[in-house]
Write a new protein. Structure first.
Length: 314
């Protein structure tokens, strides 16, 4: 164990004999079932740090030259079906799925559906962080997976590239809690895909201003006095400009705050360390002054009541 109690660190240095077999067993337990090939002479040298970000889990992998594949057979015997978002940190490599193959370098991001065969190849030392996003979370935050191939977000590609860089920064930041960072990553990922799919026309400047406003909201979400006016003053925009930025994002300032507070409430309801708090206390903690209204809004958002969430999480 390392860091928080939920963090798990493993290394091929812990293997008694065959490092590749040890690695496959461990990755299969913590992430997903794959097949792996390392350097024929030196074998595989790799470490994995597994962390829980509440909305998803993340596996930071540092390894020597190797390749991995997820075959149709592995998919049939493995009931897991997440969407993987791979943040490339160090070294060059490639990822393929079906007839599509993309090359990637540090700063790039690759997404794919794990229910279809895929593979990675790394000709030298590498570092990659795999965000293991449950399909239910992905669909709730970004909508159903609609792509027939893997997706690459190029860190040098204009506005989409700004999103990729912002995703890396948000994930690596120690300024916010893990659940806040997870929310930020998913929001930025949604924006990147909308821009890349030509569903959002905006500028780098507008995205940067919107993100400053969202960061401020994240930091002051529990404040009773948070408002469009206070946010505008903090980020140096007029209330009209701020409203237009959130309209570009398909929401309003108040709706964004409301949704984020519901999501924070859900995280608290699932947190065993906070089970001593009544549901009303969780609601009040995040600015909901009427429990009945909170419960209705919560059910509309998540398809279950707050008490059901707490019961399922036991």
């Amino acid at each position: 164990m390392s860091g928080l109690s939920s963090d798990i660190r493993i290394s091929t240095h812990h293997a008694d004999d065959n490092t590749t077999e040890f690695w496959l067993r461990t990755v299969g337990q913590l992430l997903i079932n794959v097949e792996c090939g390392g350097h024929r002479e030196t074998g595989l040298n790799a470490t994995l740090l597994h962390k829980d970000f509440h909305l998803f889990r993340a596996a930071s992998i540092v390894a020597s030259e190797h390749s991995v594949t997820r075959t149709a057979g592995a998919i049939r015997t493995d009931g897991r079906d997440p969407v993987f978002v791979c943040l490339m940190k160090r070294g060059k490599g490639f990822t393929y799925q079906g007839i599509d193959c993309v090359h990637h370098v540090p700063g790039d991001i690759v997404l794919y559906d794990t229910t279809h065969p895929y593979g990675h190849g790394f000709p030298g030392d590498m570092e990659m962080c795999v965000l293991d996003i449950p399909r239910s979370v992905f669909e709730q935050e970004l909508g159903p997976w609609q792509y027939k191939k893997l997706i690459k977000i190029d860190h040098s590609d204009g506005i989409v590239g700004w999103c990729a860089q912002a995703i890396h920064r948000a994930f690596d930041s120690e300024e916010f809690s893990r659940e806040q960072r997870a929310t930020q990553v998913l929001e930025l990922l949604s924006t990147a895909l909308r821009v890349q799919d030509d569903k959002l026309a905006t500028t780098r400047s507008s995205l940067a201003s919107l993100w400053r406003a969202k960061n401020y909201i994240q930091q002051h979400l529990a404040d009773d006095e948070i408002s469009c006016e206070s946010i505008s003053r903090a980020v140096g925009l007029s209330t009209r400009q701020l409203s237009r930025l959130f309209e570009l994002d398909g929401t309003s300032v108040n709706r964004y705050i409301w949704t984020l507070r519901l999501e924070r409430s859900r995280i608290d309801l699932k947190n065993h360390a906070l089970r001593h708090l009544a549901i009303s206390e969780v609601a009040f903690r995040w600015g909901f002054n009427h429990v009945a209204h909170f419960s209705r809004s919560y059910r509309n958002r998540f398809g279950e009541t707050p008490s059901m969430t707490r019961k399922i999480s036991v």
